[in-house]
Every structure is written in structure tokens, then in C-alpha cells.
Write a protein that binds this ligand. Structure first.
Ligand code: BG6
Length: 517
């Protein structure tokens, strides 16, 4: 086992990182602070150049000045020398990347930086723009001949083959049709191995830990199936509302924003078969297989398999989602969704997976709850403690992704003292606090993976398409929000609409927060 942050087969190639959408929120809040952190950790080759592209006129220095407070905000103890060093490798180009002239200017600037910095023609494009601009920009990249993989182009080192890769943010399409169209456009410009569909949940420690927990230990795999597991809950509850993003969110909703994207990544890691080894091909193909094994939700019974909600006013500072500025009048966009999914395979048939996410909920809590079945028979059933018909409390494993990184296991134990009295105990491992590892912005390691050419933690073409197929019936249910009674149906600060509890109660189950003993 290696503790090196570079414990991968591939070196990080120097490249020009071209960020389309340089003026956007994601660039300032996440991408540049992430590159600063990677640079501080010595992971970013010194030749790397960052070129921000956006329409607003601005000089390199003006952009650097704009970015600095963001990096400082992100890193309370910013290392001035690291920032100065990386800042001088950050450039800005005012251009409209959806036009031929704009993209020609981008190509020219990349070529200049390439000669100056010896990045060998390697380019990593990052689309940090509104998703409606993905296809127009990719088409212009292609038209401008900026993808020349393997061929020489303008580098000072003609002997070395270059690469051009692209990172695409979510939302990857708006539904099954638009996602396929985006995949086709990308496929015309780039090879599949150069397309990096990013999902920052795959950089979360506990999400990756799920794989290690399952496949680096012998204890769990034998019981990781429908025979022993009653059901699994995957939840991402947030206390925040939709902030400034009202118009975007009104078009998006919780199913697209969180479930089809982030929670499906956790679902795949929790449910997939063991890959042959930890390589992009094997890991990604198991994820596709398990998502393909989801039972299609019958169109006429979707309501039985989901609970949808929208937060209402709280009577104080929050007018509720529907009354927020930027939201269409009468909007029934869901800010909460809980779905019940079933797999049609030998491992999971009969064991439901509940996926849930919501804004303005009681707590920030992202977790995977694996609820085991009770023991086949209760040896202690004749003891007085069980006289009232009580049952043994089943085992439960909880992987907490946020707000802290923890793993806990509930098990029955004998209460010390005379006779046999049984009580559940919770054993907790504080994963975050147990290792002396600095917390880093999730985008950094993923961007470094893209520079290494490691696609393990990125989504494949078929995976995103299968995930869209699986959520389409729920999206169609949500699109008729008036019928589904979504409008203002839960209180901010609660655990969602009543229908959410009912979804589990129908089968005698409870959400984790209602079952914490
Ligand atoms: C983003 C969503 O992808 O993930 C946001 O668009 C959401 O709506 C965010 O708040 C949650 O990420 P995290 O890392 O805070 O759980």
C-alpha cells in the first residue's frame, strides 16, 4: 500500500488547462482554488498553464487579482509564494467560444502558451459554462482543429505525441434524448478515452471508501446481498435552499441536480459486482452493468415508487421556493425527491435502494445506510426481554459522507450484569480524524486524474445514458407537479413531505433519522 498522493501508474503530464466560463462561479469558487491546492501539494507540473476564456474584456493581471480573494477564502492560510508562482501561469482571453473567430483566437493563444511552456501540445479543456453551451463549444473546438491527438501541431517537442482531453460538468444533458445528443457531439470531436464526465461526488473520500470497504475486506462481501440486506438508503440532505441559482434550479429540480448524477454514483459503488481490478475499464464496466440491472419503473405506477416535494415559506426569512425571485410563477419544480429503485439481478432482487435528496432539510447529512435483516431465528425469544413480542435489532452500517467522514456499525450486545439483557451498541470509526490528511477541494484530484489520463473516477457514455433511462419515469411524474401535489408540501427545516415517510412505511421501513436508537 502506498500513501503517496501520486499512487497511480501514470505521470501527470504538463498541459494547458483551458477553462471555458472563466468568469463563472465554479471557476472562482472551486477550479482555481483546487489548482492552487494541487500546486501546493506538488502535484501540478510547473509547466502547466491555465487559460481562462470568457466574453468579458479583462487582462491577465485583472483576472489574477479577481481570483486571489477566492483562493484566500478557500485556504485560510494561503501560502503566498505558491499563489505567486501559480498566478503567473494563469492567463485570460476575452473571446466568444461559440463563434469560429473566438475559437480561432483560443487556438492561437494555446499555441503561444504551448511554445512558451513546453506543454507538448497537451490540452485539457474544461467546460465550466451553462450546459446549453456545451455542444456549440465542442463543435467549435472540432471545427478549429484543436483536437489533434497524436499528431504534431505547434509544440517545440515534435517527437512526443500530444493529447487533448475534455472535462464536462453536470448537468450532462437534461434528459435521455439530450444526453445522447451531447454524447454524439462529443464523440465526433473526441475519442471516448479523451472525454472526462466529471462528478465531484466521486472525489469524496467516503464514496471511494465504499469500494475499499467492500473489496479490501473479507467480512462484508459474503453478506452484501439480498439474503442479508433488507434495504439500502442513500441520502443527501442539505439545509441550504437554492441560493442565487433559482432560474437554473427551476429548470432542473432535485432528480436531475442530485439523484441522476451524484446519488447514482454512490448507488453504483454500493451495488456493483467486484471489478476484476481497479482499472478504468473494469470499474466503469461494472458500474454500467449494475445500473442496467435496475428494474424499469412502470409508467402507470411511478407514484408508488417516489415522493416528491417542494419547500414552502418558513414565515420568517424564506419565502419558499415557488415565491423566490427568478422562479416561474406557479412552479412545481421538486426541491425534494425520494425514489425507490429495485435491481433485477441475483445479488439484489427484492432488496430496494432508496435514493433521497432535498434542499432546506433539517440537517446537512449525506449518508449511505445499509440496513441488514434480523437474524434468521431469535435464540433469546423466551427470555423476559422478548416477552412483549420484541425482536432483535438488526445490524446497520452507516457510511457518513458529510458533514464528517464516519463509518458506524450497529450490533446487538449483552448488557453487563446478571442474566441476558440485550441492547444495541454503535461502533464508530471517525475516518476523517483517524488520518492526518489535508482536506482538499474535490475538483483538484479529479483534474489531476484527467491530466494523467486516468478515467476510473469519471462517468462513461453508456453509464450516463443508462442513468437517464432509469430516472425518466420519475422526471415525467415530477413534470406534472400539480397532479403530484408537490407545491409547498414541506416545511423548511423538516425531513421532507409526509409522502417521503409513507414511501418507506408502506413496507414497514423507516428513514435513518427516524430509526436512530
Ligand atoms: C451540486 C448541486 O452538484 O452539488 C448543488 O448542483 C448541491 O445543488 C451540491 O448543493 C452538493 O454538493 P456537496 O458536495 O455540498 O454535497
Amino acid at each position: 500500500m502506498s500513501n503517496s498522493p501520486l499512487a497511480s501508474h501514470h505521470a501527470v503530464d504538463p498541459c494547458t488547462l483551458v477553462i471555458f466560463g472563466a468568469s463563472g462561479d465554479l471557476t472562482a469558487r472551486k477550479l482555481i482554488p483546487a489548482m492552487y491546492e494541487m500546486s501546493k501539494m506538488g502535484l501540478l507540473p510547473v509547466e502547466t498553464r491555465i487559460l481562462g476564456v470568457a466574453r468579458r474584456p479583462k487582462t491577465d493581471d485583472e483576472w489574477r487579482e479577481e481570483l486571489e480573494p477566492w483562493v484566500r477564502k478557500h485556504n485560510v492560510e494561503m501560502d503566498e509564494s505558491v499563489w505567486r508562482e501559480i498566478a503567473q501561469r494563469i492567463y485570460y482571453l476575452p473571446a466568444d467560444a461559440t463563434t469560429s473567430e473566438g475559437m480561432a483566437a483560443v487556438g492561437k493563444r494555446i499555441a503561444e502558451l504551448d511554445v512558451e511552456s513546453k506543454t507538448s501540445g497537451n490540452v485539457l479543456f474544461f467546460l465550466s459554462v451553462a450546459s446549453s453551451l456545451y455542444e456549440p463549444i465542442v463543435e467549435k473546438i472540432d471545427e478549429a482543429g484543436l483536437v489533434v491527438e497524436g499528431k504534431r501541431w505547434c509544440s517545440i517537442n515534435p517527437a512526443q505525441a500530444s493529447w487533448q482531453r475534455i472535462i464536462i460538468e453536470k448537468p450532462f444533458g437534461n434528459d435521455d434524448v439530450t444526453a445522447k445528443s451531447l454524447n454524439r457531439t462529443l464523440g465526433r470531436a473526441f475519442e471516448e478515452e479523451s472525454i472526462y464526465r466529471i462528478d465531484h461526488y466521486l472525489a469524496k473520500e467516503i464514496v471511494q471508501s465504499l469500494l475499499v470497504f467492500r473489496f479490501a475486506n473479507i467480512l462484508w462481501e459474503p453478506v452484501w446481498n439480498q439474503q442479508y440486506i433488507d434495504h439500502v438508503q442513500i441520502s443527501a440532505a442539505e439545509t441550504v435552499g437554492v441560493g442565487q441559482r433559482t432560474a437554473f434550479y427551476d429548470q432542473t429540480g432535485a432528480i436531475r441536480d442530485m439523484i441522476q448524477s451524484h446519488l447514482f454514483q454512490i448507488l453504483a459503488f454500493a451495488a456493483m459486482e467486484p471489478p476484476t481490478d481497479y482499472t478504468p475499464e473494469h470499474v466503469r464496466s461494472e458500474k454500467v452493468k449494475v445500473i442496467d440491472a435496475l428494474v424499469p419503473t412502470p409508467a402507470d405506477r411511478v407514484a408508488e415508487f417516489c415522493a416528491l416535494g417542494q419547500y414552502g415559506p418558513n414565515g420568517k426569512d424564506d419565502p419558499g421556493f415557488a415565491a423566490s425571485e427568478g422562479v416561474a410563477p406557479g412552479s412545481t419544480t421538486e426541491t425534494f425527491a425520494a425514489l425507490e429503485l429495485q435491481f433485477q439481478n441475483w445479488r439484489w432482487a427484492g432488496t430496494p435502494f432508496y435514493l433521497r435528496s432535498g434542499k432546506r432539510m433539517a440537517k446537512k447529512q449525506t449518508e449511505v445506510v445499509v440496513q441488514f435483516k434480523p437474524p434468521a431465528a431469535n435464540l433469546f425469544r423466551k427470555l423476559p426481554a422478548f416477552a412483549g413480542g420484541d425482536h432483535l435489532v438488526p445490524n446497520r452500517l452507516v457510511f457518513t459522507v458529510a458533514p464528517n467522514e464516519q463509518l458506524s456499525l450497529r450490533f446487538e450486545t449483552k448488557r453487563p450484569g446478571l442474566g441476558i439483557n440485550i441492547d444495541p451498541l454503535e461502533m464508530m470509526a471517525d475516518v476523517g480524524a483517524s488520518f492526518d490528511a489535508p482536506a482538499v477541494e474535490a475538483y483538484g484530484p479529479l483534474m489531476i486524474d484527467a491530466m494523467r489520463g486516468d478515467q476510473t473516477l469519471f462517468k462513461s457514455r453508456t453509464e450516463v445514458e443508462s442513468a437517464w433511462d432509469a430516472v425518466m419515469p420519475f422526471l415525467s411524474e415530477a413534470s406534472d407537479g400539480a397532479r403530484a401535489g408537490i407545491r409547498d408540501n414541506y416545511q423548511p427545516g423538516s425531513w421532507g413531505p409526509d409522502s417521503s415517510r409513507a414511501l418507506l412505511a408502506r413496507k414497514g421501513r423507516r428513514w435513518y433519522e427516524d430509526d436512530v436508537s
